[in-house]
Design a protein around this ligand. Structure first.
Ligand code: KIV
Length: 309
């Protein structure tokens, strides 16, 4: 894929350069509808965001309707995360996300947001046990799940698997740093890269993953200095999830952003209170039903049939 390096000036052929020439010609900026129709791809992420020095937003998403609204809002990238195990299925950990369920959700999100770059999260034990099984499962995400890329929680020991996936034509997003699928082994979730040794290990993981053929990196829960070093040492887009502003893109769990969760990490504070709005709407509905305040009934029997009935 195209190698990228962020810089301040508008890159030739980039979205930023197009906006500059439109402005010079006195043309209006591209409308959200105009931008929406252009499919987001790995190439456009590199060109329109990373090379243009523009940060990109990414959110988790688990269904077609929500995906449609997020695409309308202009979010260029969605992740069908294994957090679906928590947000959709009500488990306490991501390790419970079933493979077939995630493939189904991924396809639903892509149908809802056909122009958005949709990443599939490979669940616990879908790629760790056997390389061949991992590659086939990644293929299922791309064919049945219509994924644009698959995300794996990895370190440099996964180099052979990522190399084989890349060789098979699978765009891999390497998720490094805090890896929630390892929480049981490590005694819970914790930030990574706070000691010099850990930070150096993360940089080595990132460099090894790029060399193996990963097309993007996702760093979870790490200090900004470590992310900045990874951005400097690699040439692929870097998404941060609580990994500081140095990353090219930022992701949070949608339900945290919408105020639907009871607790959120410090980097994912809610921007709206949709949980409270849902409670308010449900209470109004309860009240309407109790009062039989249902409006005019839309269905009537055919003329004459009511008498025969
Ligand atoms: O599964 C998920 O939602 C994730 C993000 C939190 C990065 O991996």
């Amino acid at each position: 894929m195209t190698t990228v390096r962020p810089h301040a000036a508008a890159a030739p052929g980039s979205k930023a350069e197009a906006e500059v020439s439109r402005a010079a010609e006195g043309a209006p900026e591209a409308s959200p509808q105009e931008q929406k129709r252009r499919p987001v791809t790995l190439r456009t992420i590199c060109k329109d965001y990373v090379l243009a020095g523009e940060k990109f937003a990414c959110l988790t998403c688990y269904d077609a309707t929500t995906a449609k609204w997020l695409e309308r809002a202009g979010v260029p990238m969605l992740l069908v995360g294994d957090t679906a195990a928590e947000m959709i299925l009500g488990y306490a950990s991501t390790i419970h996300a079933p493979l077939d369920f995630l493939i189904t959700l991924n396809a639903a999100v892509k149908r809802g947001a056909p122009c958005t770059f949709v990443m599939a999260d490979m669940p616990f034990m879908s790629y760790q046990a056997e390389e061949a099984e991992g590659i086939r499962n990644a293929g299922r995400f791309m064919t049945e799940g219509m994924a644009d890329a698959v995300k794996l929680e990895v370190d440099r020991s996964f180099t052979p698997l990522v190399e084989k996936m890349a060789k098979a034509g699978v765009p891999v997003v390497a998720h490094i740093g805090c890896r929630p699928q390892q929480a049981k082994l490590r005694g819970g979730y914790r930030s990574v890269g706070r000691t010099a040794e850990e930070a150096a290990g993360m940089v080595a993981d990132a460099v090894a993953m790029e060399k193996a053929g990963a097309v993007m990196l996702l760093i979870e829960a790490a200090p900004n200095e470590v992310s900045a070093r990874i951005v400097e040492k690699t040439n692929i887009p870097v998404i941060g999830c609580g990994a500081g502003p140095a990353c090219h893109g930022q992701i949070v769990v949608l339900h945290d952003m919408l105020g639907l969760t009871d607790w959120q990490p410090a980097f994912a504070r809610p921007l709206v209170a949709m949980g409270s709005e849902m409670v308010e709407a449900a209470r109004q509905w309860i009240d309407k039903v109790r009062r039989s305040d249902l409006g005019e009934h839309p269905y009537r029997m055919k003329e004459g049939d009511a008498g025969k009935f």
